[in-house]
Write a protein that binds this ligand. Structure first.
Ligand code: KG4
Ligand code: ZN
Length: 344
């Protein structure tokens, strides 16, 4: 079975063709992304109107290239590509970008008479692991950590996903990005903080681990950003000065450590409560090396295993939507509607 995946929930236009050979054997035939990230870096965050216009500008070009990469055919050949279904993100996300992906998918489904599968973006972040790892065993604990989400879940043997808890305020990725802004780092700051942290001392600043002992599976990271802000104000640091550079590195390392600590502690708590020792994770923040190392280390202590996507597939992409499509059901194209507030 071959699925064309379409992801347009935010600033990435991700299109991919994925083939399934058996229940645990898949191949990504093509995968392309056009991103408006550079435009958003100039404004320090995503402007929905700009993201929508960029989606509109690029979506057909990325579909065309992806079909060509997979099958060597052009859309203007007027032939229908040999796909069995189209999977499209219908939520959660920004309404403008979502509508562009959904309308493109609905049109292709109608014209090509190919089934249309609506996919929850968050499911995609987890289920891309099924394409990448043939040896995943379920049930498992799921951890989705991105710019907008920090969620712990269970995934049962039928790939059904049940939320255990989530963010109360800023998501972990948002915390990285907001601290980055305080440190005058470019957006998105997560990867930059992670890189600078390698030169810093993670124990230099004792930053708060919000809700680490709350006993539930919810997260709150807004206090962390406030603590960093207070530190900077109190000490009057100027990170453009060479003699303040080490402080910058130490703040990066300490911030990363605080976020990773909370994520690892709560994930291990979820494993204990549900008597599970497999963790499947996804979302932009799960590209973070320190998070991977720390969680892998804790899971090894209980003979467990961590499954995470290749870093380039942690952030938004079309392959994750095609992947989730294999585990979801097609509906009539008229019934697929963008749903910005969709939960799990
Ligand atoms: O999943 P994603 O591409 O988009 C959303 O759905 O939000 O995640 C983007 C987020 C940004 O907040 C970015 O700073 C963060 O993922 N991120 C990282 C790393 N790479 C991306 N955070 C920490 N370490 C990284 N290596
Ligand atoms: Zn995402």
């Amino acid at each position: 079975m071959i699925i064309l995946g379409i992801e347009t929930s935010c600033d990435e236009t991700g299109i991919s063709v994925v083939e399934k050979y058996s229940s645990n054997s898949f191949k990504i035939l093509s995968n392309n992304i056009s991103s408006s990230l550079n435009l958003h870096a100039m404004t320090g965050g995503i402007i929905p109107e700009v993201a929508s216009r960029e989606q509109l500008k690029y979506i057909l070009k990325v579909v065309e290239k992806t079909i060509y990469d997979a099958f060597g055919m052009s859309l203007s050949d007027k032939k229908i590509p040999p796909i069995d279904a189209i999977a499209v993100t219908y939520g959660p996300g920004l309404i403008g970008p979502l509508l562009i992906g959904v309308e493109t998918a609905r049109t292709m489904s109608l014209l090509w008479k190919v089934p249309l599968i609506p996919v929850n973006h968050m499911h995609g972040h987890l289920l891309i692991n099924m394409v990448e790892h043939a040896d995943i065993f379920l049930p498992a604990i799921g951890l989705v950590v991105s710019g907008g989400h920090t969620d712990l879940l269970t995934i049962d043997k039928s790939h059904r996903i049940t939320p255990l808890g989530g963010k109360r305020d800023d998501a972990a990725g948002e915390a990285f990005d907001k601290v980055g802004r305080l440190l005058s780092l470019p957006y998105p700051a997560g990867p930059v903080i992670s890189q600078l942290a390698e030169k810093g001392n993670k124990n230099k600043f004792d930053l708060p681990r919000p809700m680490i002992h709350s006993g539930d599976f919810d997260f709150s990271f807004s206090g962390l950003k406030t603590s960093v802000l207070n530190l900077i104000r109190k000490n009057n640091w100027d990170f453009s000065r060479d003699d303040h550079k080490q402080i910058l590195y130490d703040l990066c390392a300490s911030t990363q450590e605080a976020i990773v600590d909370v994520l690892v502690k709560k994930t291990m708590m979820a494993c204990e409560k549900h008597s599970l020792n497999t963790v499947i994770m996804g979302g932009g923040v799960t590209a973070n090396k320190q998070l991977r190392l720390a969680l892998d280390g804790e899971l090894k202590k209980i003979n467990g295993k961590l499954f995470s996507p290749t870093p380039s597939l942690c952030t938004d992409n079309g392959a994750m939507i095609a992947a989730a499509g294999f585990f979801s059901t097609a509906v009539d194209w008229e019934d697929v509607k963008a749903s910005p507030q969709l939960y799990y």
